[in-house]
Design a protein around this ligand. Structure first.
Ligand code: ADP
Ligand code: MG
Length: 608
């Protein structure tokens, strides 16, 4: 997970106490001068170094089990930044309040910690190999699924390491250590008889030593009395640097027999089955299974057929045409939805190497040319977009009707999904889905497109953990130098989702999409309720202009309501952009994932 202090100018990363003191000396030694650094002993923790009375004070800041940060005996805070802000207002037991940040000199980046690189590389390597992803698709997978991926890696990564020998006896461990050369620091890790506990066996002076690895209540590993770590591999990496409680530092891995290890750190597990269909009835509420794989493991967006474009395969791309061959299309009778234009049907599209489930938007034949033009415009927009969190167009087909062929999002619109499964869906799940929507919208913002119809009805679900933005019927591509689109006349507009400048000046920008995102959030956190109750569109306009805003949905987290309210900032100049919105959603989503780590472990990854 990204370092929550990485963005702070007074954060120095992994420097030691005396280095911190040097920086503070250079900073002038005024009372209240402070900096923040990483704590090596306590994984995920920090140290706050403060000057007072020409003396240095160092306060360890621990990351607690519920994901908050606190100085021992002090109040908990949701992040290191909030913690520093708090102690700037109130010394609350510190030597003095924080007065002046000792910022890093220009050009000095925070020093990476022992694990930062390994951890990040490991995550990337794991995703790259497991799902065969590269570039943006790889980045987006990591951003959107970091908490789940870290958990996956944390629980299974050691099994892939050369030094991990599984459940072997102490005698067998010694036999393996004594075979071949016996340099000091040759080691292996094995599982002990009591399953779930481990031991370190190592050679020193031609003798084998064995250390029990403890696991505490929160699931952290340690050699008795030593530092605690979230994973076995972190413990091993640490002991390679510091012989914390053992005879000698770990040097050479005694390789586990029968496994050949390449250069990559992680060997991919078998690629999960693709999970497009949840039955062929389109939208049947069926408890629990959606978003779960058969063994009960959670399904990630990358496990589905629609994470990457079907044309990401070069061979399929070669055969790509805008207008699809009608013979390659099978249209089902099942209707997924309908509108003025006609209806959306389920179908299958036969590609070169595979068949994919599709949704087909069909124009009624009696429609006039203008409606046809509308659909062509929609197609032209969709054609330019390619993002995991946006419904992709596969192509057009002009046969019995003009048809727009799209990727299938079989669980349908977010509002309906949430209202029919209220009991099943936790707030964390909604945060995850809305974070994905913010990623899709950030992509649109970067590409200079305005959606103009973002609403829960137009967020479609692939499964319970995977959302995509759809319905580009009103969308516009902005000119390279334009920051907004000006509509010539007002039309049939979704006023309840529109920002004041859309209604007052017909001006549409990514910032007005942010307003709509706020309304969509409100819909999501109220499990698909209609916004502004029974009010008419024009009443809502007056309500907003008089400075009023919707109340928080019941049980909506405070941080999320605050973000909604910021999305509803009257002036679009002061309103956050999607880069900010995504950042805040990500931050909150990761913090929740930290908090629920324990309860989720037992819920989603049942004991083997
Ligand atoms: P409209 O412009 O009429 O709102 P939409 O594009 O929103 O048209 O589609 C209408 C309905 O069709 C959606 O609410 C949804 O139920 C269904 N639908 C549309 N696209 C898809 C898709 N890609 N996968 C599954 N269902 C879809
Ligand atoms: Mg729609």
């Amino acid at each position: 997970m990204p370092d929550p202090a990485a963005h702070l100018p007074y954060y120095y990363g992994c420097i030691n106490r005396s280095e911190a003191e040097e920086h503070l000396k250079l900073g002038g030694m005024a009372d209240g001068l402070f900096l923040l650094r990483q704590c090596l002993r306590n994984l995920g923790g920090f140290v706050l170094s403060v000057v007072c009375d020409v003396k240095f004070h160092h306060y360890p800041v621990e990351r607690q089990l519920n994901g908050t940060y606190a100085i021992s005996g002090g109040k908990p805070h949701c992040g290191p930044e909030e913690l520093c802000e708090f102690y700037a207002r109130d010394a609350d037991g510190l030597c003095c309040p924080l007065r002046k940040p000792c910022n890093r000199p220009a050009g000095l980046e925070p020093k990476p910690g022992v694990f930062d690189n390994i951890r990040e590389n490991m995550l990337r390597e794991y995703v790259r190999q497991t799902w065969n992803l590269e570039g943006d698709a790889l980045d987006q997978a990591i951003i959107s699924q970091a908490p789940q991926l870290e958990k996956l890696i944390a629980t299974t990564a050691h099994e892939q390491m050369a030094w991990y020998h599984g459940a072997i006896s102490r005698e067998e461990a010694e036999r393996r250590l004594y075979s071949g050369s016996q340099p000091d620091g040759k080691f292996l890790i094995r599982e002990r008889n009591e399953s779930g506990t481990y031991a370190l066996s190592m050679i020193y002076g031609k003798t084998a030593y064995h250390y029990k690895i403890d696991m505490d209540k929160s699931g952290k590993y340690s050699i008795p009395e030593g530092s605690k770590f979230d994973t076995l591999w972190q413990l091993v990496e640490y002991l390679k640097i510091k012989s914390d409680g053992v005879m000698y530092i770990l040097r050479e891995a005694c390789p586990s027999p029968g496994v050949s290890y390449g250069t990559a750190a992680v060997v991919p597990p078998p690629r999960p089955m693709s999970v497009m269909s949840t039955g062929d009835s389109g939208y049947t509420p069926e408890p629990i299974k959606i978003g779960m794989q058969s063994e009960g493991k959670r399904l990630l967006p990358m496990d589905t057929q629609v994470y990457e474009s079907p044309y990401s395969d070069p061979e399929e791309l070669k055969a790509k045409k805008l207008f699809l061959n009608r013979d390659h299309l099978i249209i089902d009778e099942v209707e997924l939805g309908s509108g003025n234009f006609g209806c959306v049907k389920k179908g299958v599209f036969k590609m070169k190497k595979k068949q994919i489930d599709v949704a087909i938007k069909m124009l009624k034949s009696e429609n006039e040319k203008s409606v046809k033009d509308e659909m062509m415009k929609e197609a032209k927009i969709m054609h330019q977009l390619d993002n995991p969190y946006i419904v992709r167009m596969i192509g057009l087909c002009d046969a019995e009707a003009l048809m727009l062929i799209m990727e299938m999002a079989s669980e349908g619109p977010l509002n309906k999904f949430l209202s029919s499964r209220r009991e099943q869906i936790k707030v964390e799940n909604i945060v995850e889905l809305m974070h994905q929507v913010s990623m899709g919208m950030k992509y649109l913002e970067e590409k200079n497109f305005v959606h103009r119809d973002l609403a829960a009805r137009n967020v479609l679900l692939v499964n319970i953990h995977y959302a995509k933005i759809s319905d580009f019927g009103l969308s516009k591509a902005l000119g390279a130098d334009d920051s907004y689109y000006k509509a010539r006349t007002a039309g049939k507009w979704p006023l309840k989702w529109y920002a004041p400048e859309c209604i007052n000046f017909r001006k549409f920008s990514s910032k007005s999409d942010v307003w709509s995102y706020g309304v969509t959030m409100w819909e999501a956190f109220s499990y698909g309720q209609k916004p502004y109750k029974k009010m008419k569109g024009l009443e809502v306009v007056e309500y907003i202009e008089s400075g009023k805003r919707m109340d928080s949905p019941p049980d909506c987290p405070e941080e999320m309501y605050k973000l909604m309210m910021d999305c509803w900032t009257h002036s679009f100049e002061l309103r956050p952009a999607f880069t900010d919105v995504e950042q805040r959603m990500r931050c909150y989503y990761y913090s929740l994932a930290n908090k629920s780590e324990k309860s989720e472990k037992s819920e989603i990854l049942p004991e083997k």
